[in-house]
Design a protein around this ligand. Sequence first.
Ligand SMILES: N[C@@H](CCC(=O)N[C@@H](CS)C(=O)NCC(=O)O)C(=O)O
Length: 210
Amino acid sequence: MIQMPSYKLTYFNGKGRAELTRLLFNAADVDFTDNRIDYYNDWPDLKPHMPNNQLPVLEIDGKYQLPQSLTIARYIARLYGMAGKDLFSEAWADYIVETFDDLHVEFGKTLNEKDEQKKAKLTRTFRETILPRFLNNMEKTLKTNCGGEGYFVGDSLTWADLQAYHILDITTYDTPEILKDYPKLEGLKRRIENLPRIAEYLQTRPSSKI
Ligand SMILES: N[C@@H](CCC(=O)N[C@@H](CS)C(=O)NCC(=O)O)C(=O)O
């Protein structure tokens, strides 16, 4: 009998940099321990024991601790056939994942700002300039590559689609109407939400905006 590896994904109780891997595990129907820790109570003691002193970290078979959110997600995507079917498809999926990661970083700047006035200005610039630029580019890419009816890479689900779903979810959480201007992206988001395993996960995951 083939023994399945055991996985423990440790992160804080939010979507953030762990959600892509959670979505991948669910899409692949692979069991994992979703270890959500508390920043104030648990993290100070755990931090020195994590490879880069940051989260997420994926523990495999209790032996290896793998850090870096995109490294973890790419590894799981490759293992379960969601990284692209050939080298070029893998590169194309990486391009989509990294572009949405850049958008995630820009979004993070609006969240981390403590000064209320600066935060309001950053948020306005994000919504009016940065987000539309990224969404325009990704809408065009989605149109060119699959006619807008399928996925970002070829004709099957890859980690690029799950990353797109996750980043669209958090960056337009308060302003979902923005997506009306990007029908291909809106359609993709809806398709991902309706995949049976993903739909089940979305119904049961702890609720959080980001
Ligand atoms: N490039 C890393 C960044 C990881 C990162 O910034 N983790 C943050 C949470 S999103 C963290 O661990 N913060 C707590 C700390 O640094 O003490 C990745 O993608 O995993």
